[in-house]
Design a binder for this molecule. Structure first.
Ligand SMILES: Cc1cc2nc3c(=O)[nH]c(=O)nc-3n(C[C@H](O)[C@H](O)[C@H](O)COP(=O)(O)OP(=O)(O)OC[C@H]3O[C@@H](n4cnc5c(N)ncnc54)[C@H](O)[C@@H]3O)c2cc1C
Ligand code: FES
Length: 251
């Protein structure tokens, strides 16, 4: 992990309220799928904003972000050539065991972005099926990436793109049709992860979830980001996660 000086090479809209920003660093950044960066957004914002690394290609690093509040609004105003600091790569990321050949990705909301990094990292060696849920057709993004999976199902809450379902329902339909992955990797809103955990526990499938918590330092020092584990202990999402075995965390 290092504090990189990163120069904007592109910052564009990719869906309603969602932008993709690509930075160039002076040296390549070694990134594992599912890791994140803590981006200094400048202005009056002292705290950096944690955003998943969506694509890493040597010294070109791409993040996709949804406008939520002032920090992401400021990020949107960054112009090509502007420089900022990005602390990365942070967190543990997703790891797929060599014997896990069939990988299911289940994602919704801003959780789709770290799953793109998983697809990119593992598509050559694994059979990947992606079940991705969006709010509506205007929120759909990343389909050209997910289309490279062996199987890709996109659904929306209102049925304006794909079936009217959520990502977990789409995944469950596949299970009912005989699909059985070796491992399930997921990221999305907590209710989605909770529903998925119920399904994977019932089916006896290993499941890893990437959690989102508000963060302070991003490096394990401030304890702003702690989550509850099922064994009664606490874990820091930034340092011990953001990826956890679903059975080990309370959702
Ligand atoms: C490991 C990690 C990876 C992330 N990856 C992405 C990503 O790839 N793309 C993306 O768009 N966002 C991602 N997020 C969420 C992102 O960090 C927040 O949306 C962002 O920090 C909001 O900053 P802001 O200044 O715009 O909003 P703020 O003004 O700080 O907050 C606006 C609203 O968003 C809520 N919020 C802020 N931070 C979070 C958070 N971490 N989780 C849930 N709600 C939050 C606040 O409670 C508030 O209601 C990630 C978060 C984590 C922890
Ligand atoms: S954000 Fe400071 S410990 Fe996690």
């Amino acid at each position: 992990m290092k504090d990189y000086v990163a120069s904007v090479v592109e910052n564009k809209k990719i869906a309603e309220n969602v932008y993709e920003i690509t930075f160039e660093t002076q040296e390549p950044v070694p990134v594992r799928a599912g890791q994140f960066g803590d981006i200094a957004v400048g202005g009056t914002h002292l705290l950096r904003r944690p955003i998943a690394i969506c694509k890493a290609d040597g010294n070109r690093i791409t993040f996709c972000y949804q406008i939520k509040g002032e920090g992401t609004k400021t990020l949107k105003t960054m112009k090509v050539g502007e420089k900022t600091n990005v602390l990365m790569p942070l967190g543990n990321g997703f790891y797929v065991e060599p014997e896990e050949k069939k990988v299911a990705l289940v994602g919704g909301g801003v959780g789709v972005f770290p799953l793109i990094s998983v697809l990119r990292a593992y598509k050559a060696e694994k059979e990947i099926s992606a079940y991705i849920g969006y709010r509506n057709k205007d929120a759909v993004c990343g389909v050209e990436e997910f289309a490279r999976a062996d199987h890709f199902v996109a659904v929306t809450d209102d049925g304006s793109y794909g079936e009217k379902q959520n990502a977990v329902q789409a995944f469950e339909s596949a299970l009912q049709n005989g699909y059985r992955p070796d491992v399930v990797l997921a990221c999305g809103p907590t209710p989605m992860l909770r529903a998925l955990k119920t399904v994977t526990e019932r089916e006896g499938l290993p499941c890893y979830v990437s959690l989102e918590e508000r963060m302070g330092c991003g490096i394990g020092a401030c304890l702003v980001c702690v989550c509850d584990k099922t064994n009664g202990k606490k874990a820091r999402v930034c340092k011990d996660g953001p990826v956890f075995n679903a059975s080990e965390v309370q959702l």
